[in-house]
Ligand binder design. Structure first.
Ligand SMILES: Nc1ncnc2c1ncn2[C@@H]1O[C@H](COP(=O)(O)OP(=O)(O)OP(=O)(O)O)[C@@H](O)[C@H]1O
Length: 715
């Protein structure tokens, strides 16, 4: 694919629009390049449409045959890749005037309120402008309750996109472990796990987000679901940020690539139609954060400097910003910037992005609505293609430089999460200083802002852990959001690997109780709240509900009820005959249990035997009804599941703690960030332990009530 072969503006073809002003870095794109954006193909990706290459990494790789892992981020001046690009794209960089000024130091302040036509009025990006006087517009806006409609666009939207299995994964016969219900915003990850006896089982993790996009969803549909609704708001003084998050190779770039072009096409249509002659202009800049430093991707990777002005506005000194009037030019600029982006090799993906790339579309307007005065920022739409999320953990295969990058990436992802959470909770203090990324995005976190997070996930079984991490990150972003309907990652059930027909119970029943979540109907019981024995009469498929959670296998499959039913005395006897004779209710479990008879015989832990025995005694003493017993069994099962859940959560928190320590050791680390993050992690750990202790105490109490414990002193 020809990445840099597109004809770029010729020297002298562009005229500086504001030659009399200090802000002479605004570039007018010649009218001869103007094309109808609508003429572009619908799914016109940055690099030749969907399925095309990444952000030109192949080109970069071939150009950058030398060391891909310099000890310091390569400077623009010594980058052979950049030099090649400069040459290859026909002197592009010299055709635009270099950025001379701090673009943001004078124009990030929002312009005074100027009436504009209501973009929501029968909002159609293709509709011609309605000519209205400014006074008319005022009345018009009020009458159409514009604010309410703008408010209906969620402040934070978390969307998950699953990519299809790729050829390599198919060749390796990897399973697709993510299922998405049709027309639902939930997805389930089926995680294969090994028990201590090395038998496999599948744990299901269910997540709910604002939208879940399956592998066949087009980039057009992704745009419609994510960015399109916020485009009109940019003309209403909104700063919006859209970012893709996920493991390397999960489709972040593939997802992000087409979005700015589509958004800018829509913006241009609004400018040329709805807002015609109202002085709105579109500007584009493209830079990256690599190793904590900023580089202009549209200016030969010139090193940039970030400053704060007296009004605490973030200024990126020297950032080149282009005034654009047509989609073709925007596409060219994005191609050019993408080709300059840093990539490198990790153990996970040889084409992994090592930097955060930030593309900004800025709507400006002259103060008096005409083009005679320097324009000021009205709104901004930022697109961020984040570095691979697993990079922070990638410390074994690579060198010190890579580890440093990983730490920086981790830091920025953590800070980003914190900022979004603070943003959505209307906190006064936004912790944007946590990383360069969030500092740069500072003005997107204050005032009227919108955030769209697209979590990209790989469907293959080999990526399961990363996929779960990505979804948990997304879940955390969403979970503290006001009025969210997201549920925590719940290991919703366990399925025997070798007995697909046997659904087991859900540990989430207990989570559901603890967290006060509601359950929705699933075979007469809650989606997360599986009730096994007690619902037996009502359930249409009672036999599928008989396998205890986490034990749809050879150890506990018989359940205590077997003893209750099969043994009148205290003696434990696990013969096949006994199972086969329990003809009435366990029909479907028979083959499974028979098959695993041996394991059952040998794998029952001593404590479990003791509990079984006592439950058996309970039944033989006839002190409790069958239902009572089932309730007790379920409580025990829930406790074990909660315990398992806590261990997983603790491991995740320990991982976060380790990252925190790595960050703490970095020069210039903010101690207050360290303190607050550590505090938050420790609080989460303590809360988890407390919760489990309370559940344990309740269960112990219940066992005591039924005289089940061998000796209460032991517990
Ligand atoms: N939804 C999708 N449909 C078809 N192909 C996809 C999809 N998502 C990703 N791909 C393909 O998968 C590969 C990896 O995607 P991509 O480069 O976007 O991953 P990434 O998350 O940006 O990785 P990195 O973090 O390393 O940059 C690419 O070849 C891309 O074309």
């Amino acid at each position: 694919m020809n990445v840099v072969g597109r004809q770029m503006p010729r020297s002298g073809a562009a005229t500086r629009q504001y030659s009399d002003n200090d802000d002479s870095n605004f570039i007018e794109v010649p009218s001869k390049w103007l094309q109808s954006a609508a003429n572009l193909p619908q799914d016109y990706g940055f690099y030749g449409g969907e399925g095309g290459s990444k952000w030109n990494r192949n080109v970069q790789r071939s150009m950058n045959s030398g060391n891909e892992f310099p000890l310091d981020p390569p400077s623009p001046l010594n980058s052979s890749r950049t030099a090649s690009l400069r040459k290859a794209d026909g002197g592009f960089s010299t055709e635009y005037s270099p950025g001379l000024l701090d673009l943001h130091s004078f124009d990030t302040e929002l312009i005074p309120e100027l009436p504009v036509n209501n973009p929501y009025d029968g909002f159609s990006l293709n509709q011609p402008a309605q000519s209205k006087s400014l006074e008319d517009s005022d009345v018009y806006l009020a009458a159409n309750n514009n604010t309410n409609r703008a408010n209906s666009v969620a402040k934070i939207k978390v969307v998950v996109r699953k990519r299809p299995l790729n050829k390599k994964e198919i060749a390796k016969k990897e399973d697709d472990i993510i299922t998405i219900e049709p027309n639902s915003n939930a997805l389930t990850v089926h995680e294969t796990k090994l028990k201590v006896d090395l038998t496999e089982y599948v744990e299901r993790h269910e997540f709910v987000f604002d939208a879940v996009l399956h592998e066949n969803v087009s980039n057009d549909a992704v745009y419609a679901e994510t960015v399109k609704p916020v485009v009109p708001l940019i003309f209403q003084k909104t700063k919006a940020t859209c970012f893709a998050y996920g493991q390397t190779g999960s489709g972040k770039t593939y997802t992000m690539q087409p979005l700015p072009l589509r958004a800018s096409q829509d913006m241009l249509r609004l400018i040329q139609n709805t807002y015609r002659n109202q002085g709105f202009q579109l500007f584009l800049s493209f830079f990256e954060i690599y190793g904590g430093k900023l580089y202009d991707l549209l200016s030969d990777r010139r090193s940039l400097c970030m400053r704060e002005d007296g009004k605490k506005q973030v200024c990126i000194v020297g950032l080149q910003e282009y005034k654009v009037n047509d989609a073709e030019t925007i596409k060219d600029l994005i191609e050019k910037g993408s080709a300059t982006r840093s990539t490198g090799t990790t153990g996970a993906n040889e084409e992994s992005s090592r930097s955060h790339a930030i593309l900004q579309l800025v709507i400006k307007r002259s103060a008096d609505g005409s083009e005679s005065k320097p324009p000021r920022v009205v709104g901004k739409l930022s697109f961020i293609d984040l570095a691979g999320s697993e990079r922070g953990a990638d410390t074994t295969d690579n060198d010190k430089q890579t580890r440093m990058e990983g730490a920086e990436i981790n830091k920025s992802l953590l800070a980003l999460k914190e900022c979004i959470r603070a943003l959505d909770n209307d906190q006064n203090h936004i912790p944007f200083r946590g990383s360069k990324l969030t500092e740069v995005l500072r003005d997107s976190f204050v005032g009227n802002s919108r955030t769209i997070m697209i979590s990209c996930v790989s469907p293959n079984s080999g990526s399961c852990e990363h996929t779960l991490n990505t979804l948990r990150y997304a879940d955390r972003v969403k979970s503290l959001s006001k009025g969210n309907n997201s549920k925590r990652d719940l290991p919703s059930s366990t399925i025997s690997k070798d007995s697909n027909s046997q659904l087991s119970s859900s540990s989430s029943a207990q989570m559901s109780n603890l967290e006060g979540t509601t359950t929705d109907g699933l075979n007469g019981s809650g989606r997360f709240g599986w009730s096994r024995g007690l619902d037996r009469e009502a359930s249409p498929s009672p036999k599928l509900e008989r396998v205890p959670s986490g034990r749809a296998d050879n150890t506990f499959v018989s359940g205590y009820s077997d003893y209750y039913r099969g043994h009148k005395g205290g003696q434990v006897d696990m013969s096949v005959d006994d199972y086969d004779n329990s003809e009435d209710i366990f029909e479907q479990e028979k083959p499974y249990r028979s098959k695993n008879k041996k394991a059952e015989t040998y794998n029952v832990p001593a404590t479990d035997n003791r509990m079984r025995k006592n439950l058996s005694d309970l039944s033989s003493n006839n002190t409790s009804s069958d239902d009572d017993l089932n309730v007790l069994l379920k409580e025990e099962e829930d406790l074990v599941a909660a315990h398992r859940g806590l261990i997983e959560e603790t491991m995740e928190l320990v991982r976060e703690e380790m990252n925190l320590l790595i960050e703490a050791e970095q020069p210039g680390n903010q101690v207050d960030d360290y303190v607050s993050n550590l505090n938050s992690i420790l609080s989460q750990k303590a809360a988890g332990i407390l919760k489990l202790q309370s559940q344990l105490a309740n269960f112990k109490q219940r066992l005591n009530e039924h005289n089940v414990l061998v000796s209460s002193a032991r517990y």
